[in-house]
Design a protein around this ligand. Structure first.
Ligand SMILES: Nc1ncnc2c1ncn2[C@@H]1O[C@H](COP(=O)(O)OP(=O)(O)OP(=O)(O)O)[C@@H](O)[C@H]1O
Ligand SMILES: [Mg+2]
Length: 133
């Protein structure tokens, strides 16, 4: 039984797929239904950003174990245009897409750890983890 999955992201249906796979992995890892929903929401946000701003990429979902605690790690990676100002992108309400600008800061709030790495012209990588309570 595999506890890691790579979901290619290119269109709306892939976002739904990543969301569902994340929820299933979270359930298998022992997350409560409410936390499964939070994880699915965070996955949707980073997957949607790939579709909107990078065109395509991947979302990797993995159950992790560290020092006796279990969690779910989510890595969203793309080779898109990258983000010029990462600090600005993490601010509530900042959007270059005429959207709400709440995706990244919202995902950060839902998770226990969150890292955004981006290089203009190279791509973007969001790494986030949530631990079981
Ligand atoms: N994968 C990415 N590649 C390039 N730029 C990105 C990527 N993800 C986010 N961004 C940039 O960061 C900004 C903020 O992202 P965020 O998800 O917080 O808001 P949004 O997508 O604009 O709006 P919302 O998520 O609320 O619909 C985006 O407007 C975009 O400029
Ligand atoms: Mg977004």
């Amino acid at each position: 039984m595999s506890d890691s999955v790579v979901v290619p992201i290119e269109r709306e249906t892939d976002i739904v797929c990543a969301r569902q796979k994340g929820r299933a992995l979270a359930a298998a890892a022992g997350f409560l239904s409410t936390d499964q929903t939070l994880l699915a929401t965070a996955i949707s946000e980073v997957a949607r950003n790939i579709v909107s701003y990078a065109g395509k990429g991947t979302v990797t979902l993995q159950t992790v174990q560290e020092g006796g605690r279990r969690g779910l790690s989510i890595v969203a990676s793309d080779n898109g245009p990258g983000i010029e100002n990462v600090e600005l992108a993490m601010r509530d309400g900042y959007s270059t897409g005429k959207s709400l600008g709440l995706g990244l800061p919202g995902a950060k709030r839902l998770m226990d750890s969150f890292a955004l790495e981006s290089v203009v012209g190279v791509g973007t990588k969001v790494t986030m983890t949530k631990w079981l309570r």
